[in-house]
Design a binder for this molecule. Structure first.
Ligand SMILES: [Zn+2]
Length: 440
């Protein structure tokens, strides 16, 4: 093993149904050895994973990198650094940029910026031109670039007939449509969840039905077209139940949930702090329990951050005029660990953040033309890409907004401490995060 470039020593490797104590040898961006013990040759750097879980690098299905057009909020570079610090080695950049990612030219620009980034950056394309909901975007030219997910995220496709045509088109291309489920007429300018707290605070509400009616419509359209649909950021108990029944029926549906919908509830809006404004909005404790239940029973396939940076000047306005969104990349894994740790095995928690989102994003080895060396989401095995998240379950993550890598500061967790911490992140064999510090 004279050509080893890096050894990851002393960790417990997640995968293959069991977790076992193993050392990893890495060369040319690939895992080349997985053994009970590896004696590193002189001069080869060693990453200490003692006491840690060694998992595949995390994959985020839902990241807003804000470039092009909103670079004051985030850039590909800063967002990818936040991702790496959060243990992610791949992110799917959402297309609600300015201009929107609705052409090969814009997609190429972001992919080019992503080549130098600290995490792999792939893009989701828009379903409609300019995300305007009127005419289908040229999905074919985007699919030719390797784009596998399409969404108008930020808004849902309101026109059911257009969505049906988009599903037929997507099915022919072998790509997946991802829906931000929100009926705009029902949402009607609401700014928080419609319920006891919106009444008390005098703020216009978004009923759970605004989300659930579009989930139900798109399940019906998936049945009609036999095309896959991915549901973004499910937030209500009713949505989770609809997806559960659709899966039982054998329909081609998948779903994700955001960490904040696993933890935070609508009463937090009581102080009118715009940091708690997000879309879909924070819901009730019953909804949070249903989202967690959906993650535990396999109804929801992935945890996706919906990392949505906004600069202070944008958020420092009255609640009803502030833009929705909160940061998520650097807190997702500790929150998942804290919320799910008592109910799911480490293997299943990491599957929600690695192999399952990678499969939805088209980043697994089988989907990348069988090229294991460019795959995301694991497994950790000889011959596989060396994309790793090395997580210390006995560590702590203290959220200091001023130390986050994002250009923005809109975390709802300022000052909070979560159990567990990302110690190292390895991207294609390169240690991009070591002992919790970004290396570039
Ligand atoms: Zn959305």
């Amino acid at each position: 093993m004279a050509d080893l470039e890096l050894v990851v020593a002393g960790g417990s490797v997640i995968g293959g149904g069991a977790t076992s104590r193993r050392d990893l040898g890495i060369a040319s961006g690939t895992i080349v050895a997985l053994e009970a013990s590896i004696d590193p040759p002189v001069g080869v750097p060693v990453l200490d994973a003692g006491g840690c879980l060694v998992a595949p690098g995390l994959v985020d299905l839902h990241t807003h990198l804000r470039q092009p057009g909103r670079e004051e909020a985030e850039t590909v570079e800063t967002g990818a650094r936040a991702a790496a610090l959060g243990g992610f080695t791949a992110v799917v950049a959402m297309p609600n940029t300015d201009p929107a990612i609705d052409s090969a030219a814009v997609a190429r620009q972001i992919l080019e910026l992503g080549r130098k980034a600290m995490a792999e950056v792939v893009v989701a394309g828009a379903i409609t031109v300019g995300r305007g909901g009127q005419a289908l975007a040229p999905m074919g030219e985007l699919a030719d670039l390797g784009v596998r997910l399409f969404t108008d995220d930020g808004v849902g496709v309101q026109d059911g007939a257009l969505m049906r045509r988009a599903l037929d088109y997507a099915k022919g291309l072998g790509v997946t449509l991802a829906q931000h489920c929100e009926d705009e007429c029902l949402a009607g300018g609401g700014v928080m969840h419609e319920g006891c707290w919106s009444s008390r605070l005098g703020l216009p509400g978004i009923p759970a039905a605004a989300e659930e009616s579009m989930v139900a419509r798109d399940i019906a359209l998936s049945r009609l077209t036999d095309a896959p649909v991915h549901f973004l950021h499910l937030s209500t108990a009713g949505s989770v139940e609809l997806v559960r029944r659709a899966k039982a029926e054998g329909l081609r549906v998948t779903a994700e949930a955001a960490p904040h919908h696993m933890l935070l509830t609508h009463d937090l809006v009581a102080g009118y702090d715009p940091v708690f404004k997000v879309n879909p909005p924070l819901r009730t404790a019953e909804d949070v329990a249903a989202v967690v239940g959906g993650l535990c029973d396999g109804t929801i396939d992935a945890i996706a951050t919906d990392h949505a940076p906004h600069p202070p000047e944008a958020k420092d306005v009255p609640f009803d005029t502030a833009p929705p969104g909160m940061l998520g990349l650097q807190t997702a894994l500790p929150i998942a660990w804290q919320v799910l740790g008592a109910r799911l095995s480490p293997e299943r928690i990491f599957a929600l953040l690695t192999s399952q989102p990678a499969a939805i994003a088209g980043l697994s080895a089988a989907q990348r033309n069988g090229e294991a060396t460019s795959a995301q989401g694991g497994p950790i095995a000889p011959g596989a890409a060396a994309n790793l998240c090395i997580f210390d379950p006995s560590g702590t993550t203290v959220v200091d907004p001023h130390r986050l890598a994002s250009r923005s500061r809109n975390t709802p967790y300022a000052g909070q401490t979560f159990s567990g911490a990302v110690r190292h992140t390895v991207l294609r064999g390169e240690p991009v995060v070591v002992d919790g510090e970004a290396q570039r």
